[in-house]
Structure formats: structure tokens, C-alpha cells
Ligand binder design. Structure first.
Ligand SMILES: Nc1ncnc2c1ncn2[C@@H]1O[C@H](COP(=O)(O)OP(=O)(O)OP(=O)(O)O)[C@@H](O)[C@H]1O
Ligand SMILES: [Mg+2]
Length: 259
């Protein structure tokens, strides 16, 4: 069997709430192949978003590892830095907070690079920048990680790509509108175009239809499904069992583990 594009092994993630520890993920392992469409379901609070954040390197688990394209995303467990402000603490005391070690910086840099280049993320509440128009919102991620000179050199190609994507999601004629002038479904389309602009190897979507009415949700899901048919690897979290079933594979989180 070929190596999975993205996998996680024995992920443990707990949040610290005052003195009590809330274990959320308790040994999650998952393999995702290139071109696959996996949906993750589970009751509210079961840890779906937490798992998506760990898989994409947005959050750091206390134990376990995520492997993308054959390489780990996180430092060795013993020296792993758990982000401050997320109120997370190592379970069992095995992980320490080590600041500024070269291993830390290297891995954090790698995660940031992946988040810019290899991973795209679509959120339930769109997270568009209100002061920018639709086209600017889609263009912006291409500027991240580039020098001003590098960006100016590629500006035309970058705008062309953004316009192509807006065309694909059916919003080219709204490119100079601000997000607050769009409907929920239209905003989510812009967010999907934005997530795709750097041609990510993996697209993550956290409840992309959770805030939309049934029909608009189905439209957005159809768009994701078509992207997957064209080869896009996709990992989607949803509450909607009917939508989830239409993916290649459905995994359910129960009691911190996958069923
Ligand atoms: N930063 C945090 N600090 C403390 N607890 C947290 C934090 N983030 C999430 N939690 C808790 O961890 C559990 C899992 O949260 P998560 O957001 O992953 O669930 P979910 O399955 O995505 O839920 P939903 O379907 O409601 O979006 C919840 O009980 C939540 O309250
Ligand atoms: Mg969630």
C-alpha cells in the first residue's frame, strides 16, 4: 500500500480548565490518502475541531504525532512546546514547555510553511477580512511568506489565479463587494476560494455548511465534492450525517477515540 499523504498516530489532547484536566482526544490514529475525501462526525464537544486543528498543525497535541508527506509536524514529545493561551497542559506531565530551542523553532517554522502552502482551511464562520473586498480576501494568502519584491513580481499571476477561483465558485461578478454585502453561502464560497488560492495539497473544512440553510449547505457541499472529484484531498468536519455519508469515508469520534 502506498504511504498516506497525511496521518496521525495515537494523538492525545487535553485542555486544562482551572485545576481539572479535560481529556478530549485519547489516542486517535487516522490515515488519509492522496485524493481521499474523509468526513469526521461526532457529537458537539466530542473533539472534531480539536482533531482538525491538530491534523493541520494549528494546535499541538500533548502526545502522538502527525506525519505529512513522510515528515513529522511536531517536536519529540519530551521537548514539545504546548502553545500558551490555549490553556493546554501536558497530561501526565511528560511534555515540558521549552521555549526557543532550535528544534522548536524548526518545527514551528515547518508548520507555518505547511499552513501557508500545503494546507487550506475553511471555517464555519468564514473568517473573511471585512475591510477588504472579495478579490483582495482571496489574493491575500498568496502574499504571506513572500517578500514585497517577490509579491510584486507575481502579482498579475496571483490576481489571475484568484479570479479563476472566484469564477469557479460562481462569484467573479461580486469581486469588488465587501463580505458584509454577501449572503452566508456566498461568503463561504469566498472562504473556499481563499483556502484554495495557494493550491493546497489538503483542504480542511470545519463545519463549512454548519451556518447555512439546508439547500445552500448542499450547494457548498456539492462544490467541495467537485473539488475532490478533480483530485483535491479533503478532510471535513460536519454535524450533518447525510452530508457526511457522501464522502469516501466517515469516521466518528466517540469518547476521544475514532470508531
Ligand atoms: N481552548 C480550549 N480550552 C479549554 N477547553 C477547550 C478549548 N477548546 C475546546 N475545548 C473543549 O474541548 C472539547 C472539544 O472541543 P471541540 O471544539 O474540539 O469540539 P467539537 O466536536 O468541534 O464541537 P462542536 O461540534 O460543538 O463544534 C469541548 O468540551 C470544548 O469545550
Ligand atoms: Mg467544532
Amino acid at each position: 500500500m502506498s504511504q498516506p499523504l497525511l496521518s496521525c498516530e495515537n494523538i492525545h489532547k487535553a485542555y486544562q480548565l482551572g485545576r481539572t484536566e479535560l481529556p478530549v482526544l485519547r489516542g486517535v490514529s487516522l490515515n488519509i490518502s492522496r485524493g481521499e475525501f474523509v468526513s469526521i462526525i461526532g457529537s458537539s464537544g466530542s473533539g472534531k475541531s480539536t482533531l482538525l486543528h491538530v491534523l493541520s498543525g494549528l494546535d499541538v497535541p500533548q502526545r502522538g504525532q502527525v506525519i505529512y508527506d513522510g515528515k513529522p509536524l511536531f517536536e519529540a514529545e519530551g521537548v514539545r512546546k504546548i502553545p500558551v493561551g490555549r490553556d493546554s497542559r501536558p497530561s501526565g506531565g511528560e511534555a515540558k514547555t521549552v521555549r526557543g530551542s532550535s528544534d522548536d523553532r524548526l518545527m514551528e517554522g515547518r508548520r507555518n510553511d505547511l499552513l501557508n502552502a500545503a494546507f487550506g482551511f475553511v471555517f464555519q464562520f468564514y473568517h473573511l477580512l471585512p475591510e477588504f473586498d472579495v478579490l483582495e480576501n482571496v489574493v491575500l494568502p498568496q502574499m504571506v511568506g513572500r517578500s514585497v519584491a517577490g509579491w510584486l513580481e507575481n502579482r498579475t499571476a496571483g490576481s489571475t489565479r484568484a479570479l479563476e477561483l472566484l469564477d469557479r465558485v460562481g462569484l467573479k461578478d461580486r469581486m469588488h463587494h465587501r463580505p458584509n454585502e454577501l449572503s452566508g453561502g456566498e461568503r463561504q464560497r469566498v472562504a473556499i476560494a481563499r483556502a484554495l488560492v495557494n493550491e493546497p495539497a489538503v483542504l480542511f473544512a470545519d463545519e463549512p455548511t454548519g451556518n447555512l440553510d439546508g439547500r445552500t449547505g448542499q450547494d457548498i457541499f456539492g462544490l467541495l465534492k467537485n473539488l475532490n472529484k478533480a483530485g483535491q484531498t479533503l478532510v471535513m468536519v460536519t454535524h450533518d450525517a447525510e452530508l457526511a455519508k457522501q464522502a469516501d469515508r466517515v469516521v466518528r469520534i466517540v469518547d476521544g477515540r475514532l470508531q
